[in-house]
Write a new protein. Structure first.
Length: 106
């Protein structure tokens, strides 16, 4: 009797991030050419809300709107990683010193 194999549903593939230049150019189409987000999104095949987010961020980067610039966001990410690394190193050193002091007392 043949066995029936169950097909597992494949997880939806998440599309990769768009390159910075693509995002910047797409936002420029909306800002510089005074086109609608819906029109440009349809032309480029991206989700309207995604393009809207890119336009908002580009306006912030250009100084046309208040907010955190892309450059500042990237620096914040870099600094958070560095703080995490330094905290781990500090904790390791504290444990090493505590161990060393404990061994010296023997």
């Amino acid at each position: 009797m043949p066995t029936v194999t169950e097909e597992k549903p494949t997880p939806a593939r998440r599309r990769g991030r768009y390159p910075k230049e693509f995002r910047r150019d797409a936002a420029a189409l909306v800002i510089d050419q005074h086109r609608t987000v819906a029109d440009v999104a349809r032309e480029l095949g991206v989700v309207e809300q995604t393009l809207g987010n890119w336009v908002r961020q580009e306006r912030i980067d250009r100084g046309e709107r208040e907010g955190t610039t892309t450059e500042m966001r990237e620096e914040n990410v870099r600094l958070r990683r560095e703080v995490k690394r330094l905290t781990m190193e500090r904790d390791l050193l504290k444990r090493s010193v505590a161990f060393w002091v404990k061994e010296q007392d023997r």
